[in-house]
Design a protein around this ligand. Structure first.
Ligand code: NAI
Length: 248
């Protein structure tokens, strides 16, 4: 039976590359976006490349909506083999005391609660259908402090905590749960910080031993690996795809 993956926030950046990575591995790709037009456009792009896909509109901060999306994916394809909790936001690249409470709340709602909802409802379905794999988007900011990023760091450390704890809970139940920690990847999130003048592309590249930023494809391949049968003994861990950043 063909496998099925659900990817949140998948019309841009890492999520988009991840949809193609799973499509290339012949998965059914269920993907979400908050934007109907962007979702439909990307669905066509995937179909044109021969990828069986379903687009569902979703704001991951809405628990009921997350539950519904997971259930719809299972209803359509019979089973959910993999969930990629990709949707995330990075707001306010400033010194901590200059950050707004509202920005942190939005990051907690999206990066932490959104991931929790996805895991919760996917796990319930996976338990019914013989297991699966979950990959959560953490970050090098989930293991370290980074300049102007304390609040985002807090949310990504929480993702690592959810990953480790849940991995232990379900280790004997056929569900593997891992995180991936990208270094700085060329996507909208980083571009927003470059646009505000907080960083430059050169200064971001310079913090990585490889002296470059990563590509969405670099991360997508790591995600597809973590979700695959090629790593059956991996759970509760974080795969660093960071140009050597975490080795320093
Ligand atoms: P991106 O901005 O292109 O992708 C994030 C996606 O999440 C967007 O499509 C956005 O619309 C969606 N999203 C945001 N809030 C949402 C919500 N409430 N409900 C549903 N969707 C929502 O940026 P990128 O880089 O592709 O980000 C993907 C993930 O990778 C995020 O979790 C991010 O924190 C993480 N990450 C990115 C790094 C980077 O350097 N670009 C580094 C480490 C982690």
């Amino acid at each position: 039976m063909k496998k099925t993956v659900l990817i949140t926030g998948a019309t841009t950046g890492i999520g988009k590359a991840t949809a193609f990575a799973f499509g290339n591995k012949d998965y059914n790709v269920v993907f979400t976006s908050r934007n109907q037009a962007r979702g439909e456009e990307f669905s066509k792009e995937l179909s044109d490349k021969g990828v069986e896909n379903t687009f569902l509109e979703l704001d991951v901060t809405n628990e009921v909506a997350v539950k519904t999306v997971v259930e719809k994916a299972v209803a359509k394809y019979g089973k959910l083999d993999a969930l990629v909790n990709n949707a995330g936001v990075a707001l306010g690249s400033v010194l901590m005391a200059d950050a707004t409470t509202e920005d942190l709340r939005q990051m907690l709602d999206t990066n932490v609660m959104g991931v929790f909802y996805g895991m919760k409802y996917a796990i319930k379905e996976m338990l019914k259908t013989g297991g699966g794999a979950i990959v959560n988007l953490a970050s090098i900011a989930g293991h370290n402090g980074l300049l102007y990023t304390a609040q985002y760091c807090a949310t990504k450390h929480a993702v690592v905590g959810l990953t480790k704890g849940a991995a232990i809970d379900y280790a004997t139940m056929g569900i593997r749960i891992n995180a991936i920690a990208p270094g700085a990847i060329k996507t909208n999130i980083i571009q927003a910080s470059i646009d505000t003048g907080a960083y430059s592309e050169e200064s971001i590249a310079a913090i990585h031993p490889m002296k470059r930023m990563g590509t969405p494809e670099d991360i997508a391949n790591g995600i597809a690996f973590l979700a695959s049968d090629d790593c059956p003994f991996m759970t509760g861990t974080t795969l660093f795809v960071d140009g050597g950043y975490n080795a320093q």
